[in-house]
Ligand binder design. Structure first.
Ligand code: XMP
Length: 540
């Protein structure tokens, strides 16, 4: 596997422009120039899976910076713009003539055509979704792949005239799908080889990385660990303290262990009880992080503060913001306390993963922000701390592999994701202590039964949701009128898309019967059979 060091949106990051290149120790890479596609990192991920070091740089990166990565290949990503938009993202077109093989994807193709003298126009028929592509003749990019490919298209523009030297290699029934100029070392596809819906997409990227670019494919998680430790050491120097907010989840724990290896006792971890954790979580997490990982953990029981602020609030975004803000206050206070004891705190370590960043960032403005993820919120600004986010270009399973490589306990590595705002986004309507207690019990039953069935590690997430819907039931001879609990279990690769999981009937039966019998206040259990999209994983 291979890992990328990408650009950062924060005021500071280990991957900031100033530090990039200078810190890089790899002697070869494939550089991805990001034109603002929501899924540029997916390209990086696919290349990392081929064990090739990848760097994702903004499309505006200078040629000098690109070269400092010793690229054996350059990929131009997709993007939401048209090459004719006045604010179309620019890139240094000299990347097309460095003698380094180039692969354009979607907008990348149009950029190449436009810059090299061809013509791009709005397509008469826009193509979104599945399409069949027919490959004509021989092409190194398509070597060994079937002549007809099922691909994922998403574009509004198309190439009308190709630049001199280019030839068409593949097309759909309506449009051009791939072009190349072997002599110039440029290949481009209109579809998205990086998404799962494109069958053989990985094969195409493999052809590019190995056959065309001659990459070695020897990059490993240990490289990532060594690199990150080295970068953290260089960045923080030998003075100044760091703090890390632990959630008990794998992301923050892996980030903390990585930074702990670089900074040792200069790192203090803070674990806040926000009142909406799972049953017994506050105690369990402290024990595993302190005892098993040897981290220096300060536990803050601030549940009441959070619940006071949440009283009477029903709007999902409002709940997220309240919890995010309160977390900042609590954390800030704790940081000052730590500072008084051990010295100036300058750094904040966060376990932010790539999907957290991408879902909070919107290429086209705030209307497309789906949910506010509080772990990329205002903490560093408020506290004037500099951010260390060693996992911000990785997906969850990649962070898990890093944790495993560092021999972290499986109970932490395997833990299913749990959102920062906790049970608050799984209690629809007002969050009250009674409802929290009810959901904690129901949730505990779901998790335990899924574990007992041996399914816990095979499922991305399995949990209970408390609905403010009351219905009539009968227990013994008594009429009941109580709440409804929804059970949700999903498969996902990265949390960005998900399919609902068909849990076995006997597991569902046991979950339902135990919840109704053991949790006072719930008399009905329903099963959520919605995928993402169009649903989201959490209900709020
Ligand atoms: P959604 O509900 O957006 O969730 O489909 C995608 C993944 O993200 C988790 N999630 C969060 N994680 N802070 C987090 O750390 C948050 O605010 C947050 N909201 C959602 C969710 O559990 C799922 O794995």
């Amino acid at each position: 596997m291979n890992w990328s060091m990408g650009p950062s949106s924060s005021d500071f990051s280990l991957h900031s422009n100033a530090n990039r290149g200078k810190l890089l120790v790899e002697d070869q890479s494939i550089v991805i120039l990001d034109f603002g596609a929501q899924y540029s990192q997916l390209i990086a991920r696919r290349i990392r899976e081929l064990k090739v070091f990848t760097a994702v740089l903004p499309c505006t990166a200078s040629l000098e910076e690109i070269k400092s990565y010793h690229p054996v290949g350059i990929i131009l990503s997709g993007g939401p713009s048209s090459v004719y938009d006045p604010d179309a993202p620019p890139a240094d077109e000299r990347v097309l003539s460095q003698g380094v093989p180039v692969l354009g994807i979607c907008y990348g193709l149009q950029f190449i055509v436009h810059k090299l003298g061809g013509k791009v126009r709005p397509a008469p028929k826009r193509e979104y979704g599945h399409a069949e592509v027919n490959v004509a003749g021989k092409s190194r990019l398509f070597h060994g792949l079937p002549p007809t490919l099922s691909v994922w298209m998403s574009h509004g523009d198309e190439a009308l005239e190709l630049p001199l030297g280019f030839r068409e290699v593949a097309r759909t029934s309506n449009a051009l799908a791939a072009i190349e100029d072997e002599a110039r070392g440029i290949w481009a596809v209109q579809f998205h080889p990086e998404v799962h819906h494109t069958k053989h997409g990985t094969g195409l990227l493999r052809n590019f990385a190995f056959d065309i670019c001659g990459a070695r494919g020897d990059w490993t998680p240990q490289h990532f660990i060594d690199d990150t430790i080295r970068q953290v050491k260089r960045t923080v120097g030998d003075k100044g303290m760091a703090i890390c907010g632990l959630s008990g989840g794998v992301d923050s724990a892996v980030a903390a262990v990585l930074v702990h290896r670089a900074m040792g006792e200069r790192l203090t971890c803070v674990f806040v009880n926000n009142g909406v954790l799972r049953k017994n979580e506050f105690q369990k997490v402290q024990a595993s992080l302190r005892d098993k990982l040897g981290l220096n953990v300060v536990a803050v029981d601030a549940g009441e503060r959070f619940l006071k602020k949440l009283a009477g609030v029903t709007d999902p975004e409002q709940k997220r913001k309240i919890i995010g803000n309160e977390f900042i206050y609590v954390f800030d206070e704790e940081a000052h306390r730590i500072e008084q004891k051990i010295g100036k705190v300058e750094w904040l370590v966060q376990g932010t993963l790539y999907p957290d960043v991408i879902e909070s960032r919107s290429v086209r403005g705030p209307s497309q922000t789906i949910k506010t993820h509080h772990n990329v919120g205002g903490l560093p600004d408020k506290m004037k701390l500099k951010l260390i986010e060693p996992l911000k270009d990785l997906f969850k399973d990649e962070a898990r592999r890093i944790g495993r490589e560092m021999e972290m306990p499986e109970e932490i590595i395997q833990r299913q994701p749990f959102p920062g705002p906790g049970l608050a986004v799984r209690i629809l309507g007002e969050v009250t202590p009674e409802r929290i207690a009810m959901l904690q019990e129901a949730d505990d039953i779901v998790v335990n039964e899924v574990r007992r069935a041996g399914l816990y590690t095979q499922i991305w997430q399995s949990f209970a949701v408390l609905l403010p819907v009351m219905s009539v039931g009968v227990m013994g001879d008594q009429r009941t009128y109580a709440y409804t609990c929804a059970v949700r279990a999903v498969h996902s690769e990265d949390g960005m898309t998900a399919d609902w999981t068909p849990l076995p009937y006997d597991v569902l039966k046991m979950i339902s019967s135990r919840i109704v019998n053991e949790v006072r206040g719930i008399n009905r259990v329903v099963y959520d059979i919605t995928s993402k999209p169009p649903g989201t994983i959490e209900w709020e």
